[in-house]
Design a protein around this ligand. Structure first.
Ligand code: KG4
Ligand code: ZN
Length: 355
C-alpha cells in the first residue's frame, strides 16, 4: 500500500507528515480479533475469529479454552489483518490492545503479544479499555465527533450508562447490580434450550412470539435510579418455564410457548434498557445517545431506542452489528490516547476488572 500521509502547506511549502498505521488486538473474551486503522480513523481491516463452536457444548465461555484458542488464533488473525490492510509489520507505527476488562487469561494473550510487537517493532504501545471502546465504535460508525453523549454499553459482561464528555472521560451513571443484559440473554437461551450464543438465538425465537404473553418484571424502571438488575427477570423466565422444581427442568419444546417466552423476555429487557436511556438523557440534559456492545445488535432494542430518541429529540448513534459485538477496530480509541502521548509502559498488565 502506498500512502503519502497527511500534508499541510506551511510558509508556502508542502510539509508531509507520514500517516501512522495502528495494529490493534482484542482477546478479552471469546473473539480473537485484530484490526489495522490509521491516525485519521480509517479502518483498513478488521478480522474476528470467533470461538463460538468451541464453547457451544458447554453453554457458555470456558475461560481456559478461550485462552488456549487465543494462543492458537492470534498470530494468523494478525497476519490476516495486515494482509487485508495491505501493509507489513514494518509499516506499523503503533500497537494498541484492550487490556481491561475481561477474562484475565484471555486478556493476557493479547497484552503479551502487543507488548512483544511494540518492543520488536520499536513503536509505542497504547492500552485501551474495552468498555470505552464499545462507545468509541459509535464514533467510528458516525464518521464524526459524537461527544458529549450518554453512552450505554450493553454486552455479555457489562450493562452500564455513562456520561461521556470526551472519548476518554466516562463517568458512570449506573451499572448492573447482578447480571449483564447479554448474560441474561445467554442464560435464558439455555433455559429455553436455544443453545449458545444466546442473544441472537433468543432474538430469532422471539420473532415468532407474542411480547405481551408474559408480564415479566421490569426492575427499577419506575424509580429514578440509573441502575439495572436482570437476575430476577431470568429467574422469572425459569419459574414460568419449569415451575419451581428446577431439578426436573427440561427445556420447552419448539413452538408457540417457547417463542412467547423468548419474546416476552426480550421485551422486558428492551423496556428496561430504553426506559433507563430515556431517564439518563433527561437527567444529564444531553441530546445524544451512543450505544455499543453485543446486545445492541438486537433489532427490537434498536427499534425501541430509535423510537424513544425520536420522541425525546435526541440523536441515536448505534454502530452496524459487526461493530457492536467484540472486535479490534473499536480500539481506534487508542488514536485519542496516542495523540495525547498516553503510552502504556512495557510492563503493562491485564486487568480483569472494570476500572
Ligand atoms: O460485546 P460482546 O460481543 O462481548 C462482551 O464484551 O461481552 O457481547 C456479547 C453478548 C452476548 O451475551 C450475546 O448473547 C449478546 O451480546 N448478543 C445479543 C445479540 N447479539 C449478541 N443479545 C441480544 N440480541 C442479539 N442479537
Ligand atoms: Zn465487548
Amino acid at each position: 500500500m502506498f500512502s503519502l500521509g497527511h500534508w499541510w502547506v506551511i510558509g508556502g511549502s508542502f510539509v508531509i507528515y507520514p500517516m501512522t498505521h495502528f495494529l490493534a488486538l482484542e482477546t478479552s473474551c471469546d473473539e480473537t480479533a485484530a484490526a489495522v486503522f490509521t491516525d485519521e480513523l480509517a479502518v483498513l481491516s478488521s478480522v474476528v475469529a470467533s470461538q463460538t463452536d468451541l464453547h457451544a457444548r458447554f453453554g457458555g465461555v470456558v475461560p481456559e479454552i478461550a485462552s488456549r484458542a487465543h494462543l492458537r488464533n492470534l498470530l494468523p488473525v494478525i497476519d490476516e489483518a495486515l494482509t487485508r490492510a495491505g501493509i507489513g509489520t514494518a509499516d506499523v507505527g503503533c500497537v494498541a490492545v484492550h487490556n481491561t476488562p475481561g477474562l484475565v487469561g484471555a486478556l493476557l494473550v493479547g497484552v503479551s503479544a502487543a507488548k512483544m510487537l511494540s518492543l520488536a517493532l520499536g513503536v509505542p504501545l497504547v492500552a485501551v479499555n474495552h468498555v470505552a471502546s464499545h462507545i468509541y465504535a459509535c464514533r467510528l460508525a458516525a464518521g464524526r465527533d459524537i461527544f458529549p453523549c450518554v453512552g450505554l454499553v450493553v454486552s455479555g459482561g457489562h450493562t452500564a450508562l455513562f456520561r461521556c464528555d470526551t472519548p476518554l472521560s466516562m463517568d458512570l451513571l449506573g451499572g448492573t447490580r447482578d447480571d449483564a443484559a447479554g448474560e441474561a440473554f445467554d442464560k435464558v437461551a439455555a433455559i429455553l434450550g436455544l443453545g449458545f450464543p444466546g442473544g441472537p438465538a433468543v432474538e430469532r425465537e422471539a420473532a415468532a412470539g407474542d411480547p405481551k404473553a408474559h408480564a415479566f418484571p421490569r426492575t427499577f424502571l419506575a424509580d429514578g435510579r440509573l441502575e439495572f438488575s436482570f437476575s430476577g427477570l431470568k429467574t422469572a423466565v425459569l419459574y414460568t418455564c419449569h415451575g419451581q422444581d428446577v431439578a426436573k427442568a427440561t427445556p420447552p419444546p419448539p413452538g408457540r410457548k417457547r417463542a412467547d417466552l423468548a419474546a416476552s423476555f426480550q421485551e422486558a429487557v428492551v423496556d428496561v434498557l430504553v426506559g433507563k436511556c430515556k431517564q439518563a438523557l433527561r437527567k444529564t440534559g444531553l441530546n445524544r445517545l451512543a450505544v455499543g456492545g453485543g446486545v445492541s445488535a438486537n433489532r427490537r432494542l434498536r427499534a425501541g431506542l430509535e423510537k424513544m430518541c425520536a420522541k425525546e429529540g435526541a440523536e441515536l448513534v448505534i454502530p452496524p452489528p459487526g461493530l457492536c459485538t467484540d472486535n479490534a477496530a473499536m480500539a481506534a480509541l487508542a488514536v485519542e490516547k496516542w495523540k495525547r502521548g498516553e503510552f502504556a509502559p512495557p510492563d503493562l498488565d491485564a486487568e480483569p476488572n472494570f476500572l
